[in-house]
Design a protein around this ligand. Sequence first.
Ligand code: GDP
Length: 495
Amino acid sequence: ANAPPRPGATGADELFGGLLAAGSDRRTCRSRYESPQYYKHSPYTASPHLLQKLRQYEARHKKCGPGTPEYAKSIASLRSGSSNTEAAECRYLVWLPYNGLGNRMLSLLSTFLYALLTDRVLLVRSTADFTDLFCEPFPDATWNLPPDFPVANMSRLGVQSDESYGNLLRRKKISNQPETAASQAVPPYVYAHLAHGLRITDQLFYCNDDQIVLAKVTWLLLQNDLYYVPLLYGIAEFEDELRRMIPARESVSHFLARYLFHPSNSVWGMVTRYHHSYLAHAEERIGVQVRMFPFATIPADDMYKQIMACSRQEGILPEIDDELMEPGNATGAVFVDDDKEGTTSSNKAVLVVSLHADYYERIKRTYYEHAAKGGGSVGVFQPSHEERQQRGQRSHNQKALAEIYLLSFSDVLLTTGMSTFGYMSSSLAGLRPTMLMVANDQKVPETPCVRDASMEPCCHLMNFNVKCRGKAVDKEELARHVKVCEDLPRGIKLV
Ligand code: GDP
């Protein structure tokens, strides 16, 4: 049996084996020190090179971040609008939030990796619904973009903006031709539009020669909602560093998520209160995330049947004893598999995370009406059911974040394919989830679920279709570790 975690206990691994820098104030960010005690799995060890890169990054952020003379100097030249010809000592990457929380976390995580690869300082434009979710990740520094940042009205930035890299290229204000690119003056800031509606010229961001041009820009503003790490693997400039930093490719988001994201004390309070009240004492925790996308709704009965068919196929939820079952009882019938050995009598907790209460109610009822095979108790819990996704509401986002973390402490995960919310919990957990297939054309999928080949999120960029210039990565080597996603055949992921 697993002893419940001991929050606050000190141990060799309280900083994830050196992934996190020591010395931060424990009280201002409890999760930073306590979360390592809660995870069941830590399947990889960070490479010494990654640790070194992170420490270098932290030193750079401390030297160049808001409040420093370097930052003030850089802001002054941005204000004066002077063009750069030489790369400045401190260069910045401003991330602009967009879309739901899971999307934001994956995009931010990708952007942090991009900052590591390009020696930039990552700053976050924090909107009201994005505050009091996370702690400051970097020691003695802030990642919040100060409100007096001189680029006015950043929410207007989009595919049409004059400052976008795509439009600068189209209007020949910037060149990615090797002959002219090297000596050209670049604008003081460039906006990379990588979000919804991006065009081919915007997608050139993911090309080798364009990265050489962008490296000269001091202020790079970036907006997307994607896990774009697999695309960074296609850029020759980054190839060596990526290989050295994270030799096991499946672990990219796992390490970066555990490094970067630390729930604020208010969110961590929700996580730990719930965990200790309902989940901590179970010998096995089974996390089930049910996401019904507006574009892929099916009747709740069908969804429930799909969950149960998947559970039976992959042996996820405890089987029930059929002796007490009434004939024709649809609730229980899907569970029974007479060919299988009875499960051992352990105490299990099933954590259901969903916007809807329906699936939780059905699963709970099943274990109320039926005993689990082999004895053992099965508790079924759901922290909240918000009914619908809300935009711009902090308390709603805090619950979503708390639930991503609660899921990530599971022994086993059943998530919904295509959900970035689900992807985040698997990455944090260090688990390869089983994923429910998403209905196509409102039809119940024939295969209820698939077992993921990797804990990495899927990159959802569809129609990625650019011809890149410059040095290329070895396509065969790339094809060995960038594969199509099980849950979305037009997406790609690292395995
Ligand atoms: P995705 O749409 O599944 O890829 O995930 P996102 O996190 O990007 O967007 C979905 C948003 O809906 C979340 O950020 C939450 O605000 C909300 N949401 C979806 N599922 C849940 C859930 O199970 N629990 C809570 N609390 N919120 C959810």
